[in-house]
Design a protein around this ligand. Structure first.
Ligand SMILES: [Zn+2]
Length: 578
């Protein structure tokens, strides 16, 4: 037994050592910029380039599906980008791949007269028997060195086969995650021609497939050095697909369909999550800055879960270290990650995650598994959201209360921007209502049921700050005094959010008292009353939230109940709509 345990430990250790050590930026200038220790005059740029009327059209016009395709063709040529693969070969393996990404950043640097500063983030850790690793990143210095917090756009560069340390198999990793890597390279090229108040960092990470190690190294490095991060946009599997024989439910609507209009935004938490608020900010920027300008409108979905069931990504280590972080993923992928499905076939993490096939035998790929136009639209969404976060105003604070049909909001804004948005949401992950006001004290209609409020400031260019914390407004009197109302019941079960839902949903309840019970559960039943899931709940005073992963089970109506000490407190219905 002891022997087996030791072997198991050794096996784990050969995949990855426990944590990163000796984390350093190979270019100290890149580090100084991220710390705000630089003079923007050393990175001169034409005036007026930090305006949304310049930034948005430039990103839209210059992000190119052809460039993205070219990068993917180049990335496929390295044959494998496994973190443990060859670092010395000039043509094959992770070393050649990351030197090429570095070179692409350098080309963008030259084209921007040195404004883009390139570096590696090096760290020591045993991953697949290799002891030292490097992320590649490029820093675009902000116009204002005092603007707090960098904006990070990132993707993992590494690829894998089924066996996570197989460094000899073909692992072109085109969907996972050549697509995200190409997006990051393209945005570094396009955005380094523009200017932003905050510093923007473009990064390709390593060791994601063995446990998010490259992202963890950067997040740890940021904490150790005191680098502030305002937002992390992680791109992992963002190329979409052309629906072929191998794509599984719930992805493709049908053979030869093109998945080209929906992207999912995964992030941690429910009520008052800075990560979900970031996803909502990204969606709002799309609606306000891009939707009217684009030929093909996109649907941006704020997902309930932090990631798809049983999966994780580079946004997680950043969230764990307290930085707002989210992940973009195509709505339709090759494979649904449900290996129990009899029709399951997944190109990801196999030698078949290739760019496409040559159907007419002329040695040129003519049928692709990555949709370059879709990837390009995702790059534009990233660029505009990151760009607006990098020029927008500072987030205000606020208080809220409710009485009858009214919500009262009182905003505190030391920067006196003079314009604000008030966001009200009820039963979805999105905002139900957005109000614009020039007043610090506002009254807006209160929808029925549970109501969640947050605010943003708006600058003279019409750009929002990142959204504030969220508040559940307490009951107040006409004079603004908080009403010390005795609640009717100890618990109040709310409608799940969103509803109808897709793969996962958030079930929440309010606990007006959190002690004196022995055991509590949330149960999910079908309409015949069969209990499908019984989730243990540790009740906390205030808002309680549980993410329920439905996976790809049968669509339809389900019931959920809060059960405390064997008694059903309340039951509600929810709809799984695929
Ligand atoms: Zn991935």
């Amino acid at each position: 037994m002891h022997k087996i345990f030791t072997l198991l430990l050794l096996a784990l250790y050969s995949v990855a050592g426990f944590s990163q050590t000796n984390i350093l930026s190979t270019n100290p200038i890149a580090e100084d910029i991220m710390l705000g220790n630089y003079d923007p005059a050393n990175y001169p740029v034409q005036a007026g380039l930090n305006h949304p009327d310049v930034i948005v059209p430039a990103i839209l016009a210059n992000v190119s599906p052809d460039s993205l395709k070219e990068y993917l063709i180049k990335l496929s040529a390295f044959e494998t980008r496994n973190t443990g693969s060859d670092t010395l070969s000039p043509v094959r393996g992770i070393g050649a791949a990351r030197r090429w990404v570095y070179q692409k950043f350098q080309e963008a640097s030259v084209a921007s007269e040195g404004r883009l500063v390139t570096s590696y983030l090096q760290f020591d850790q045993n991953i697949c028997s290799v002891g030292q690793h490097r992320n590649v990143f490029a820093v675009l210095p902000g116009l204002d060195e005092t603007a707090e917090g960098i904006i990070l756009i990132e993707a993992h560069l590494d690829s894998r086969c089924n066996s996570v340390c197989d460094t000899t198999c073909l692992a072109e990793g085109m969907e996972d995650n050549g697509s995200g890597t190409a997006l990051v390279i393209e945005l570094a090229r396009v955005m380094s021609q523009l200017a932003f108040n905050h510093t923007i960092v473009f990064m390709a990470t390593i060791g994601e497939e063995q446990g998010l190690h490259g992202a963890d190294a950067f997040a740890t490095y940021a904490v150790e050095k005191g680098i502030k991060i305002k937002a992390v946009l992680n791109n992992d599997i963002v190329g979409g697909i052309i629906c072929g024989e191998t794509s599984s439910a719930p992805s493709c609507p049908g053979l030869n369909h093109v998945d080209s209009t929906q992207v999912r935004m995964f992030s941690s938490g429910g009520f008052n999550s800075a990560h979900k608020q970031l996803s909502r900010f990204i969606k709002l920027q799309y609606e306000e800055e891009l939707k009217d300008l684009v030929a093909v409108p996109m649907m941006l979905t704020v997902m309930s879960a932090e990631d798809r069931s049983g999966r994780g990504g580079d946004h997680i280590p950043f969230r764990q270290k307290g930085f707002p972080a989210m992940r973009f993923t195509s709505a339709n992928e090759h494979g649904n990650a449900n290996a129990n499905d009899p029709d399951y076939h997944d190109r990801q993490h196999t030698s078949t995650d290739i760019l496409g096939v040559d159907t007419d035998g002329d040695m040129i790929l003519d049928s692709f598994f990555v949709d370059f136009n879709y990837l390009s639209r995702n790059a534009v969404i990233n660029g505009v959201a990151a760009g607006m976060a990098a020029i927008g105003p500072v987030t205000p604070d606020f208080d809220a209360g409710k009485n009858g049909d009214s919500l009262y909001i009182s905003i505190t804004d030391p920067n006196a921007y003079g314009e604000y948005r008030v966001f009200v949401r009820t039963s979805s992950n999105d905002f139900d209502e957005i109000y614009t006001t020039n007043n610090l004290n506002v009254t807006v209609p209160k929808p029925s049921g549970v109501v969640i409020v947050s605010v943003a400031s708006v600058d003279a260019n019409g750009i929002e700050s990142l959204f504030s914390k969220e508040v559940l407004p307490p009951n107040i009197t006409a004079t603004g005094e908080e009403l010390d109302e005795q609640p009717q019941a100890d618990f109040e079960l709310f409608q799940n959010r969103p509803n109808p839902f897709d793969e996962a949903t958030i079930i929440s309840f309010m606990a007006h008292k959190a002690s004196g019970y022995k055991a509590a559960f949330l149960t999910v039943s079908d309409m015949e009353g069969r209990v499908l899931k019984r989730l243990p709940v540790k009740i906390q005073q205030g808002m309680n939230e549980i993410v329920y992963h439905h996976g790809y089970n049968v669509t339809g109506v389900y019931a959920y109940s809060l059960v405390v000490d064997g008694k059903v407190v309340d039951t509600k219905r929810m709809v799984f709509a695929n």
